[in-house]
Design a protein around this ligand. Sequence first.
Ligand SMILES: [Zn+2]
Ligand SMILES: [Zn+2]
Length: 154
Amino acid sequence: MKCANHPDTDAIGLCTSCQRALCPECQIGDGEVLCGHCLVAHNQAVTSHFYKQLAISGVILVASLFFLSRTALTWEQIVIGALALTFLPFGWSALSRFFDSGGGYYHPLTRFFSLSVHLVFSAMLGWLVGPWQIYKATREILKAKEANLTVSDR
Ligand SMILES: [Zn+2]
Ligand SMILES: [Zn+2]
């Protein structure tokens, strides 16, 4: 089997996405074997997912700062409150992986209690998970950009 890009070179693997035969020079991606075209497409999907996540956090932060600044809170309380709200969704989704928020309880009061507990724990967990997720999103975007550069070098 010959490489899809180099008809004279023997292929050593297939792109896991488009199944094209690839020679060592054309095979990229760490762990997963991908051709240059599929790596860029894959990176685009990954970065747009993380960009969306960062954009949502940014919108929540700005909106919370805006609404909290109209209250009688001091600026320290405003910043802490806005950050807590920004990190809350991260904590919520992390916690939801282990605990169902109010699922299975049919009594409205039990359900409300379960949701409140879930919300409080999400807020606390968010302070740990939120900054880590934002760091990870930024790192993944930078990594994808770097990988795309190595593709266009070829
Ligand atoms: Zn491919
Ligand atoms: Zn090749």
